[in-house]
Design a protein around this ligand. Sequence first.
Ligand SMILES: Cc1cc2nc3c(=O)[nH]c(=O)nc-3n(C[C@H](O)[C@H](O)[C@H](O)COP(=O)(O)O)c2cc1C
Length: 223
Amino acid sequence: MTTLLHIDSSAQLEERSLTRQLTKTFMDAYLGTHASARVIRRDVGQTPPPAITSDFIHAAFTPADQRENWMRERLALSDELVDEVVASDIIVLGAPMYNYGMPAALKAWVDHVARIGRTFSFDLSRGDFPIEPVLSGKTLVVLSARGEFGFAPGGIRAHLNALDPAIGACAHYWGVAQEAIHTIAIEYQEFKDDRHRRSIDDAHQNARALAMKLAANVAAVAA
Ligand SMILES: Cc1cc2nc3c(=O)[nH]c(=O)nc-3n(C[C@H](O)[C@H](O)[C@H](O)COP(=O)(O)O)c2cc1C
């Protein structure tokens, strides 16, 4: 059975959030094709994980069998978030652009999920690349929205895009290879013109098509 981890990180509620509407379109289309898929829901926009602190880092870098109770407590949410990633096959990530990067709530989730011994290992005997991911084989669907436009590679604001490269750089912690990242973005939100309306329509159409393709792949493998 396929498990989808559905994450939203917009601070806005669904009626005002383009990314929440887009993740809903994707989820509805996926479940319409593959109704028995399991869904794990994590809304970091509504309930943001706290920013990590020195306590968190101390606890995370203490070997599991040497942790004191307060360390286990401090890592409890992180363990839960990592368990959700471990259990998932497809991560559906609603990721609005805030100040050219990711919302702080999403960054806090990223910081909780990058865990030594759980999502990555670190070994200096590997030379200049001591970090290796623990997880593999997952698919990431990034469903984004931006107020301006031209953030895709080759676009007029590509050099300002600190969101997609940051997600790409961290995806290995979630067991996602670069070629398994699919990104669909609504643009022009701040212009509220025909280009924006076309961008919304295209993004929903592409999200629906991608969901049905990914769900059909599962059905084909299962057959
Ligand atoms: C706090 C904040 C910061 C934003 N920063 C940017 C930005 O740097 N670049 C941009 O193109 N749009 C920016 N926007 C516009 C959002 O990307 C746009 O409103 C998008 O639709 C937000 O996603 P949502 O509709 O799911 O909430 C920002 C919006 C907010 C609320």
